[in-house]
Design a protein around this ligand. Structure first.
Ligand code: ATP
Ligand code: MG
Ligand code: MG
Ligand code: MG
Length: 476
Protein backbone atom coordinates (compact mmCIF):
# COMPACT_ATOMS: atom_id res chain seq x y z
CA UNK A 1 0.00 0.00 0.00
CA UNK A 2 1.57 3.25 -1.17
CA UNK A 3 2.03 6.09 1.32
CA UNK A 4 -0.20 8.35 -0.76
CA UNK A 5 -2.92 5.74 -0.64
CA UNK A 6 -2.78 5.46 3.15
CA UNK A 7 -3.09 9.23 3.30
CA UNK A 8 -6.20 9.26 1.14
CA UNK A 9 -7.74 6.26 2.92
CA UNK A 10 -7.47 8.15 6.20
CA UNK A 11 -9.02 11.30 4.78
CA UNK A 12 -11.81 9.36 3.02
CA UNK A 13 -12.61 7.37 6.15
CA UNK A 14 -13.15 10.46 8.26
CA UNK A 15 -14.91 12.42 5.52
CA UNK A 16 -17.35 9.50 5.38
CA UNK A 17 -17.86 10.14 9.08
CA UNK A 18 -18.77 13.82 8.54
CA UNK A 19 -15.31 15.35 9.04
CA UNK A 20 -14.33 18.39 6.97
CA UNK A 21 -11.19 17.76 4.91
CA UNK A 22 -8.77 20.58 5.84
CA UNK A 23 -5.60 20.90 3.72
CA UNK A 24 -2.20 20.90 5.42
CA UNK A 25 -1.06 24.29 6.69
CA UNK A 26 2.40 25.57 5.75
CA UNK A 27 5.26 24.34 7.94
CA UNK A 28 5.73 28.02 8.76
CA UNK A 29 2.19 28.42 10.09
CA UNK A 30 2.23 31.38 12.36
CA UNK A 31 2.33 30.16 15.95
CA UNK A 32 4.51 32.31 18.19
CA UNK A 33 5.53 29.35 20.35
CA UNK A 34 7.00 27.28 17.50
CA UNK A 35 9.60 27.49 14.73
CA UNK A 36 7.74 24.94 12.63
CA UNK A 37 4.45 23.13 12.80
CA UNK A 38 5.21 19.95 14.73
CA UNK A 39 1.76 18.41 15.13
CA UNK A 40 -1.52 18.23 13.25
CA UNK A 41 -3.38 20.19 15.90
CA UNK A 42 -1.30 23.37 15.64
CA UNK A 43 -3.52 25.15 13.07
CA UNK A 44 -6.59 24.27 15.17
CA UNK A 45 -5.23 25.57 18.48
CA UNK A 46 -7.49 28.67 18.62
CA UNK A 47 -10.57 26.46 18.28
CA UNK A 48 -9.45 24.15 21.07
CA UNK A 49 -8.75 27.07 23.39
CA UNK A 50 -12.05 28.71 22.51
CA UNK A 51 -10.25 31.83 21.24
CA UNK A 52 -12.07 31.51 17.92
CA UNK A 53 -15.29 29.67 17.13
CA UNK A 54 -14.59 26.48 15.17
CA UNK A 55 -16.07 26.73 11.66
CA UNK A 56 -16.87 22.99 11.81
CA UNK A 57 -17.44 20.41 14.56
CA UNK A 58 -15.17 17.78 13.01
CA UNK A 59 -12.08 18.01 10.84
CA UNK A 60 -9.54 15.67 9.27
CA UNK A 61 -6.08 16.57 7.94
CA UNK A 62 -2.72 15.25 6.80
CA UNK A 63 -0.39 17.89 8.21
CA UNK A 64 3.24 18.43 7.24
CA UNK A 65 5.39 18.42 10.40
CA UNK A 66 9.01 19.17 11.24
CA UNK A 67 10.48 18.12 14.58
CA UNK A 68 14.03 19.33 15.01
CA UNK A 69 13.93 17.72 18.44
CA UNK A 70 14.21 14.33 16.74
CA UNK A 71 17.25 15.17 14.59
CA UNK A 72 19.68 13.04 16.58
CA UNK A 73 17.36 10.03 16.33
CA UNK A 74 17.20 10.12 12.55
CA UNK A 75 18.65 7.04 10.88
CA UNK A 76 19.39 5.39 14.22
CA UNK A 77 15.82 4.53 15.23
CA UNK A 78 13.38 3.03 12.76
CA UNK A 79 10.76 5.68 13.27
CA UNK A 80 11.97 9.29 13.63
CA UNK A 81 12.08 11.72 10.73
CA UNK A 82 12.80 15.42 10.95
CA UNK A 83 9.97 15.76 8.42
CA UNK A 84 6.88 13.57 8.59
CA UNK A 85 3.18 13.75 7.90
CA UNK A 86 0.70 13.55 10.73
CA UNK A 87 -2.77 12.24 9.97
CA UNK A 88 -5.39 13.50 12.37
CA UNK A 89 -9.06 13.60 13.13
CA UNK A 90 -10.36 16.39 15.33
CA UNK A 91 -13.53 17.05 17.27
CA UNK A 92 -14.30 20.53 18.55
CA UNK A 93 -16.75 19.87 21.35
CA UNK A 94 -18.44 17.14 19.35
CA UNK A 95 -17.56 13.46 19.99
CA UNK A 96 -15.14 12.62 22.81
CA UNK A 97 -13.36 9.48 24.06
CA UNK A 98 -15.85 6.91 22.85
CA UNK A 99 -16.03 8.34 19.32
CA UNK A 100 -12.26 8.69 19.01
CA UNK A 101 -11.59 5.14 20.21
CA UNK A 102 -14.30 3.58 18.07
CA UNK A 103 -13.16 5.37 14.89
CA UNK A 104 -9.50 4.55 15.49
CA UNK A 105 -10.20 0.89 16.15
CA UNK A 106 -12.33 0.61 13.03
CA UNK A 107 -9.76 2.32 10.81
CA UNK A 108 -6.81 0.32 12.17
CA UNK A 109 -8.42 -3.13 12.15
CA UNK A 110 -11.17 -2.77 9.50
CA UNK A 111 -10.50 -4.62 6.26
CA UNK A 112 -8.49 -3.19 3.39
CA UNK A 113 -11.45 -3.86 1.09
CA UNK A 114 -13.51 -1.48 3.23
CA UNK A 115 -10.91 1.28 2.88
CA UNK A 116 -9.28 0.64 6.27
CA UNK A 117 -5.76 -0.54 7.22
CA UNK A 118 -6.48 -4.19 7.92
CA UNK A 119 -4.06 -4.69 10.83
CA UNK A 120 -4.53 -7.95 12.71
CA UNK A 121 -6.42 -7.04 15.93
CA UNK A 122 -4.14 -9.42 17.84
CA UNK A 123 -1.16 -7.17 17.14
CA UNK A 124 -2.76 -4.01 18.53
CA UNK A 125 -1.68 -2.72 21.95
CA UNK A 126 -2.87 0.50 23.58
CA UNK A 127 -1.91 2.68 26.51
CA UNK A 128 -3.97 4.88 28.83
CA UNK A 129 -3.10 7.42 31.49
CA UNK A 130 -2.74 5.71 34.84
CA UNK A 131 -6.20 5.46 36.39
CA UNK A 132 -8.15 6.54 33.29
CA UNK A 133 -10.67 3.74 33.75
CA UNK A 134 -13.11 5.16 31.21
CA UNK A 135 -10.53 4.78 28.44
CA UNK A 136 -9.56 1.29 29.56
CA UNK A 137 -13.24 0.25 29.57
CA UNK A 138 -13.79 1.71 26.11
CA UNK A 139 -10.84 -0.20 24.65
CA UNK A 140 -12.09 -3.42 26.22
CA UNK A 141 -15.53 -2.70 24.79
CA UNK A 142 -14.19 -2.54 21.21
CA UNK A 143 -12.40 -5.83 21.79
CA UNK A 144 -8.88 -5.34 23.16
CA UNK A 145 -8.11 -7.75 26.01
CA UNK A 146 -7.04 -6.11 29.29
CA UNK A 147 -3.51 -7.56 29.04
CA UNK A 148 -2.82 -5.53 25.91
CA UNK A 149 -3.87 -2.26 27.57
CA UNK A 150 -1.03 -0.68 29.53
CA UNK A 151 -1.31 2.20 31.99
CA UNK A 152 1.46 4.77 31.95
CA UNK A 153 2.22 7.98 33.83
CA UNK A 154 1.89 11.65 32.89
CA UNK A 155 5.22 11.65 31.10
CA UNK A 156 3.95 9.24 28.44
CA UNK A 157 0.21 9.68 28.55
CA UNK A 158 -0.54 13.35 29.05
CA UNK A 159 -0.10 15.43 25.93
CA UNK A 160 0.43 19.18 25.82
CA UNK A 161 2.42 21.60 23.77
CA UNK A 162 3.67 23.98 26.38
CA UNK A 163 2.21 27.30 27.42
CA UNK A 164 -0.11 28.75 26.29
CA UNK A 165 -1.76 25.63 25.01
CA UNK A 166 -4.33 22.94 25.55
CA UNK A 167 -3.63 19.53 27.02
CA UNK A 168 -5.20 16.36 28.22
CA UNK A 169 -4.76 12.67 28.91
CA UNK A 170 -3.96 10.57 25.89
CA UNK A 171 -4.16 7.01 24.71
CA UNK A 172 -1.70 5.62 22.19
CA UNK A 173 -1.98 2.81 19.69
CA UNK A 174 0.97 0.48 19.04
CA UNK A 175 1.45 -2.35 16.58
CA UNK A 176 3.42 -5.41 17.68
CA UNK A 177 5.89 -6.15 14.89
CA UNK A 178 6.61 -9.59 16.30
CA UNK A 179 9.24 -11.42 18.37
CA UNK A 180 11.94 -10.83 15.74
CA UNK A 181 11.83 -7.11 16.53
CA UNK A 182 12.57 -7.13 20.24
CA UNK A 183 11.46 -8.02 23.72
CA UNK A 184 7.97 -9.12 24.68
CA UNK A 185 5.91 -7.10 27.15
CA UNK A 186 4.17 -4.33 25.23
CA UNK A 187 5.16 -0.72 24.56
CA UNK A 188 6.15 -0.29 28.20
CA UNK A 189 8.94 -2.83 27.54
CA UNK A 190 10.10 -2.12 23.98
CA UNK A 191 9.14 0.75 21.67
CA UNK A 192 11.04 -0.69 18.72
CA UNK A 193 9.12 -3.91 18.58
CA UNK A 194 5.89 -2.18 19.61
CA UNK A 195 5.70 0.69 17.15
CA UNK A 196 3.67 3.72 18.19
CA UNK A 197 1.43 4.70 15.29
CA UNK A 198 -1.34 6.88 16.69
CA UNK A 199 -1.92 9.17 19.63
CA UNK A 200 -5.45 10.02 20.71
CA UNK A 201 -5.53 13.11 22.91
CA UNK A 202 -8.56 13.88 25.05
CA UNK A 203 -8.19 17.61 25.29
CA UNK A 204 -9.87 19.06 28.28
CA UNK A 205 -7.74 21.71 30.00
CA UNK A 206 -5.47 24.68 29.42
CA UNK A 207 -2.11 24.78 31.16
CA UNK A 208 -0.72 27.84 32.92
CA UNK A 209 2.81 26.65 33.61
CA UNK A 210 5.01 23.82 32.48
CA UNK A 211 8.15 22.88 34.40
CA UNK A 212 8.71 19.47 32.88
CA UNK A 213 6.83 17.07 30.68
CA UNK A 214 5.09 15.65 33.74
CA UNK A 215 5.14 18.71 35.98
CA UNK A 216 2.66 21.42 35.03
CA UNK A 217 -0.21 23.55 36.35
CA UNK A 218 -3.71 23.52 34.95
CA UNK A 219 -5.28 26.99 34.53
CA UNK A 220 -8.80 26.01 33.62
CA UNK A 221 -11.05 23.47 32.03
CA UNK A 222 -11.49 24.17 28.32
CA UNK A 223 -14.88 25.47 27.19
CA UNK A 224 -15.49 22.15 25.45
CA UNK A 225 -14.10 18.63 25.54
CA UNK A 226 -12.21 18.00 22.34
CA UNK A 227 -10.46 15.28 20.41
CA UNK A 228 -7.04 15.80 18.84
CA UNK A 229 -5.37 12.80 17.26
CA UNK A 230 -2.07 12.30 15.46
CA UNK A 231 -1.07 9.24 13.45
CA UNK A 232 2.32 8.93 11.81
CA UNK A 233 1.77 8.36 8.09
CA UNK A 234 5.32 7.10 7.51
CA UNK A 235 5.07 4.67 10.43
CA UNK A 236 1.87 3.16 9.08
CA UNK A 237 3.50 3.01 5.64
CA UNK A 238 6.56 1.14 6.91
CA UNK A 239 4.30 -1.48 8.47
CA UNK A 240 2.02 -1.80 5.45
CA UNK A 241 5.00 -1.95 3.08
CA UNK A 242 6.77 -4.44 5.30
CA UNK A 243 10.07 -2.56 5.29
CA UNK A 244 12.50 -2.16 8.16
CA UNK A 245 12.15 1.55 8.86
CA UNK A 246 10.51 4.78 7.70
CA UNK A 247 13.45 5.68 5.41
CA UNK A 248 12.72 2.66 3.27
CA UNK A 249 9.12 3.53 2.36
CA UNK A 250 8.16 4.40 -1.22
CA UNK A 251 8.25 8.19 -0.61
CA UNK A 252 11.79 8.15 0.77
CA UNK A 253 13.78 5.10 -0.35
CA UNK A 254 14.64 6.24 -3.91
CA UNK A 255 16.80 8.99 -2.34
CA UNK A 256 18.82 6.28 -0.57
CA UNK A 257 19.14 4.48 -3.90
CA UNK A 258 20.38 7.64 -5.58
CA UNK A 259 22.89 8.24 -2.78
CA UNK A 260 24.09 4.66 -3.12
CA UNK A 261 24.50 5.09 -6.86
CA UNK A 262 26.50 8.31 -6.40
CA UNK A 263 28.75 6.79 -3.77
CA UNK A 264 29.23 3.39 -5.35
CA UNK A 265 28.43 1.88 -1.94
CA UNK A 266 25.59 -0.49 -1.20
CA UNK A 267 22.90 0.29 1.32
CA UNK A 268 22.76 -2.60 3.77
CA UNK A 269 26.47 -3.44 3.72
CA UNK A 270 27.72 -1.41 6.66
CA UNK A 271 25.94 -0.19 9.79
CA UNK A 272 27.60 3.24 9.97
CA UNK A 273 27.16 3.91 6.27
CA UNK A 274 23.52 2.86 6.48
CA UNK A 275 22.86 5.50 9.12
CA UNK A 276 24.43 8.08 6.79
CA UNK A 277 22.25 6.95 3.90
CA UNK A 278 19.16 7.32 6.07
CA UNK A 279 20.21 10.74 7.35
CA UNK A 280 20.72 11.84 3.75
CA UNK A 281 17.29 10.60 2.66
CA UNK A 282 15.52 12.16 5.61
CA UNK A 283 17.27 15.52 5.51
CA UNK A 284 16.94 15.89 1.74
CA UNK A 285 13.19 15.56 2.07
CA UNK A 286 12.93 17.91 5.09
CA UNK A 287 15.05 20.51 3.34
CA UNK A 288 12.93 20.28 0.21
CA UNK A 289 9.71 20.71 2.17
CA UNK A 290 11.08 23.60 4.24
CA UNK A 291 12.45 25.43 1.20
CA UNK A 292 9.18 24.89 -0.66
CA UNK A 293 7.38 26.59 2.22
CA UNK A 294 9.76 29.56 1.98
CA UNK A 295 12.71 28.95 4.31
CA UNK A 296 16.14 29.97 3.02
CA UNK A 297 19.44 28.90 4.59
CA UNK A 298 20.72 31.42 7.13
CA UNK A 299 22.30 31.87 10.52
CA UNK A 300 19.24 32.34 12.62
CA UNK A 301 16.23 30.40 13.75
CA UNK A 302 14.45 28.68 10.85
CA UNK A 303 17.18 29.42 8.33
CA UNK A 304 19.75 27.86 10.63
CA UNK A 305 17.80 24.66 11.01
CA UNK A 306 17.62 24.39 7.23
CA UNK A 307 21.32 25.18 6.86
CA UNK A 308 22.13 22.47 9.37
CA UNK A 309 20.01 19.92 7.51
CA UNK A 310 21.59 20.74 4.14
CA UNK A 311 25.10 20.67 5.53
CA UNK A 312 24.48 17.34 7.21
CA UNK A 313 23.46 15.95 3.82
CA UNK A 314 26.66 17.21 2.20
CA UNK A 315 28.79 16.00 5.07
CA UNK A 316 27.15 12.58 5.20
CA UNK A 317 27.67 12.19 1.46
CA UNK A 318 31.35 13.10 1.86
CA UNK A 319 31.67 10.48 4.54
CA UNK A 320 30.13 8.05 2.06
CA UNK A 321 32.94 8.99 -0.26
CA UNK A 322 31.31 11.58 -2.54
CA UNK A 323 33.15 14.88 -2.79
CA UNK A 324 31.36 16.25 -5.89
CA UNK A 325 28.29 18.49 -5.37
CA UNK A 326 25.28 16.39 -4.35
CA UNK A 327 22.25 18.55 -3.57
CA UNK A 328 21.10 19.01 -7.15
CA UNK A 329 21.44 15.27 -7.64
CA UNK A 330 19.43 14.29 -4.58
CA UNK A 331 16.78 16.99 -4.21
CA UNK A 332 15.13 16.27 -7.60
CA UNK A 333 14.62 12.64 -6.58
CA UNK A 334 12.70 13.74 -3.50
CA UNK A 335 10.87 16.39 -5.52
CA UNK A 336 9.59 13.77 -7.96
CA UNK A 337 8.36 11.60 -5.08
CA UNK A 338 6.64 14.36 -3.13
CA UNK A 339 5.14 16.50 -5.92
CA UNK A 340 2.21 14.08 -6.30
CA UNK A 341 0.91 15.03 -2.88
CA UNK A 342 2.36 18.56 -2.80
CA UNK A 343 2.00 20.15 -6.26
CA UNK A 344 3.35 23.50 -5.00
CA UNK A 345 6.81 21.90 -4.97
CA UNK A 346 6.99 22.41 -8.74
CA UNK A 347 6.34 26.14 -8.62
CA UNK A 348 8.92 26.58 -5.87
CA UNK A 349 11.56 24.39 -7.52
CA UNK A 350 13.63 27.02 -9.40
CA UNK A 351 14.00 29.03 -6.18
CA UNK A 352 14.74 25.91 -4.14
CA UNK A 353 17.40 24.69 -6.57
CA UNK A 354 19.10 28.07 -6.64
CA UNK A 355 19.24 28.37 -2.84
CA UNK A 356 20.49 24.79 -2.45
CA UNK A 357 23.23 25.29 -5.01
CA UNK A 358 24.43 28.51 -3.36
CA UNK A 359 24.45 26.86 0.07
CA UNK A 360 26.42 23.91 -1.20
CA UNK A 361 29.00 26.18 -2.84
CA UNK A 362 29.53 28.14 0.34
CA UNK A 363 29.80 25.05 2.52
CA UNK A 364 32.28 23.52 0.10
CA UNK A 365 34.41 26.66 0.42
CA UNK A 366 34.24 26.34 4.20
CA UNK A 367 35.31 22.74 4.01
CA UNK A 368 38.11 23.56 1.62
CA UNK A 369 39.69 26.33 3.64
CA UNK A 370 39.28 24.41 6.90
CA UNK A 371 40.82 21.32 5.44
CA UNK A 372 44.16 23.09 5.01
CA UNK A 373 44.31 23.80 8.75
CA UNK A 374 43.05 20.31 9.51
CA UNK A 375 45.72 18.68 7.36
CA UNK A 376 48.50 20.66 8.96
CA UNK A 377 47.20 19.71 12.42
CA UNK A 378 47.32 16.06 11.33
CA UNK A 379 50.89 16.51 10.04
CA UNK A 380 51.94 18.08 13.34
CA UNK A 381 50.39 15.23 15.31
CA UNK A 382 52.19 12.70 13.13
CA UNK A 383 55.57 14.34 13.46
CA UNK A 384 55.12 14.61 17.22
CA UNK A 385 54.04 10.95 17.34
CA UNK A 386 50.78 11.72 19.17
CA UNK A 387 47.37 10.30 18.32
CA UNK A 388 45.26 13.18 19.62
CA UNK A 389 44.58 16.45 17.81
CA UNK A 390 44.73 19.42 20.19
CA UNK A 391 41.38 20.86 21.34
CA UNK A 392 42.68 24.33 20.42
CA UNK A 393 42.95 23.33 16.77
CA UNK A 394 39.46 21.83 16.77
CA UNK A 395 38.18 25.05 18.32
CA UNK A 396 39.92 27.16 15.69
CA UNK A 397 38.40 25.03 12.97
CA UNK A 398 35.01 25.59 14.51
CA UNK A 399 35.42 29.25 15.27
CA UNK A 400 37.22 30.49 12.16
CA UNK A 401 36.06 28.04 9.52
CA UNK A 402 32.66 26.99 10.86
CA UNK A 403 33.79 23.39 11.12
CA UNK A 404 31.36 21.37 13.23
CA UNK A 405 33.14 19.35 15.92
CA UNK A 406 31.60 16.09 14.75
CA UNK A 407 33.07 16.69 11.31
CA UNK A 408 36.50 17.33 12.81
CA UNK A 409 36.17 14.18 14.90
CA UNK A 410 35.06 12.06 12.00
CA UNK A 411 37.85 13.35 9.76
CA UNK A 412 40.32 12.71 12.57
CA UNK A 413 39.03 9.17 13.01
CA UNK A 414 39.61 8.54 9.31
CA UNK A 415 43.27 9.37 9.98
CA UNK A 416 43.36 7.07 13.00
CA UNK A 417 43.36 10.03 15.38
CA UNK A 418 41.14 11.34 18.15
CA UNK A 419 40.38 14.91 19.23
CA UNK A 420 40.96 16.40 22.67
CA UNK A 421 37.25 16.88 23.18
CA UNK A 422 37.50 18.04 26.81
CA UNK A 423 39.74 20.96 25.83
CA UNK A 424 37.45 21.80 22.89
CA UNK A 425 34.38 21.80 25.15
CA UNK A 426 36.15 24.01 27.67
CA UNK A 427 37.01 26.55 24.97
CA UNK A 428 33.44 26.49 23.67
CA UNK A 429 32.15 27.11 27.17
CA UNK A 430 34.50 30.05 27.64
CA UNK A 431 33.35 31.50 24.35
CA UNK A 432 29.68 31.19 25.25
CA UNK A 433 30.31 32.88 28.58
CA UNK A 434 32.14 35.73 26.84
CA UNK A 435 29.26 36.13 24.38
CA UNK A 436 26.77 36.20 27.22
CA UNK A 437 28.74 38.85 29.10
CA UNK A 438 29.09 40.83 25.88
CA UNK A 439 25.39 40.73 25.16
CA UNK A 440 24.67 41.98 28.68
CA UNK A 441 27.01 44.93 28.46
CA UNK A 442 26.11 45.99 24.92
CA UNK A 443 23.18 48.19 24.05
CA UNK A 444 20.63 46.19 22.09
CA UNK A 445 21.77 43.03 23.81
CA UNK A 446 18.57 42.86 25.74
CA UNK A 447 16.47 42.64 22.60
CA UNK A 448 18.45 39.79 21.11
CA UNK A 449 18.45 37.98 24.43
CA UNK A 450 14.71 38.42 24.54
CA UNK A 451 14.35 36.82 21.12
CA UNK A 452 16.67 34.05 22.25
CA UNK A 453 14.65 33.51 25.40
CA UNK A 454 11.48 33.16 23.36
CA UNK A 455 13.07 30.50 21.21
CA UNK A 456 14.32 28.76 24.29
CA UNK A 457 10.90 28.70 25.82
CA UNK A 458 9.48 27.29 22.65
CA UNK A 459 12.12 24.62 23.06
CA UNK A 460 13.58 25.45 19.68
CA UNK A 461 16.99 26.87 20.26
CA UNK A 462 19.07 27.09 17.12
CA UNK A 463 22.38 28.73 16.26
CA UNK A 464 24.25 27.70 19.40
CA UNK A 465 26.65 25.83 17.23
CA UNK A 466 26.54 23.27 14.54
CA UNK A 467 25.89 20.21 16.63
CA UNK A 468 24.29 21.92 19.53
CA UNK A 469 20.54 22.25 19.10
CA UNK A 470 19.72 22.68 22.74
CA UNK A 471 16.33 21.20 23.36
CA UNK A 472 16.61 20.59 27.06
CA UNK A 473 13.71 22.88 27.83
CA UNK A 474 11.42 21.35 25.28
CA UNK A 475 8.29 19.97 26.81
CA UNK A 476 7.00 17.46 24.33
P1 ATP B 1 7.82 8.76 19.78
O1 ATP B 1 7.50 8.36 21.20
O2 ATP B 1 7.96 7.58 18.88
O3 ATP B 1 8.95 9.74 19.69
P2 ATP B 1 5.81 10.75 20.06
O4 ATP B 1 5.07 10.15 21.23
O5 ATP B 1 6.81 11.81 20.33
O6 ATP B 1 6.52 9.56 19.23
P3 ATP B 1 3.42 12.15 19.26
O7 ATP B 1 3.83 13.49 19.76
O8 ATP B 1 2.44 11.36 20.07
O9 ATP B 1 4.76 11.27 18.98
O10 ATP B 1 2.92 12.31 17.75
C1 ATP B 1 1.81 11.60 17.19
C2 ATP B 1 2.27 10.57 16.16
O11 ATP B 1 3.12 11.16 15.17
C3 ATP B 1 3.08 9.44 16.74
O12 ATP B 1 2.24 8.45 17.27
C4 ATP B 1 3.87 8.96 15.55
O13 ATP B 1 3.10 8.05 14.79
C5 ATP B 1 4.10 10.22 14.73
N1 ATP B 1 5.45 10.79 14.94
C6 ATP B 1 5.89 11.52 15.99
N2 ATP B 1 7.16 11.92 15.84
C7 ATP B 1 7.55 11.44 14.62
C8 ATP B 1 8.76 11.53 13.89
N3 ATP B 1 9.82 12.22 14.34
N4 ATP B 1 8.81 10.92 12.67
C9 ATP B 1 7.75 10.24 12.19
N5 ATP B 1 6.58 10.12 12.85
C10 ATP B 1 6.47 10.71 14.05
MG1 MG C 1 8.86 11.76 20.18
MG1 MG D 1 5.68 8.32 22.28
MG1 MG E 1 3.01 9.79 21.31
Amino acid sequence: MKTAEIRSRFIDFFVKHQHVDVPSASLLYNDPTLLFVNAGMVPFKPYFLGDEPAPYDRAVSAQKCVRTLDIEEVGKTTRHGTFFQMLGNFSFGDYFKEGAITYAWEFVTGSEEDGCLGFDPETVWVTALHGDQETIDLWQKVGIPRERIQERGLKDNYWHMGVPGPGGPCSEIYIDRGPGFGADGGPEADEDRFLEIWNLVFQQEELSAVRAKDDFDVARQLPSRNIDTGAGLERIALLKQNVANMYEIDEVYPVIQKAAELSGKRYGDDHTDDIRFRVVADHVRSSLMLMTDGVTPGNEARGYVLRRLLRRVIRSMRLLGVSAPVLLELLPVSRDLMRVSYPDIDAAWPRVAEAAEAEEKSFRRTLQSGTVLFDSAVDDARSEHVTTLPGDQAFRLHDTFGFPIDLTMEMAAEQGLTVDRARFDALMKEQKERARADAKSKKGGAASLEAYRELREAGEVPFLGYTDLDVSTRVR
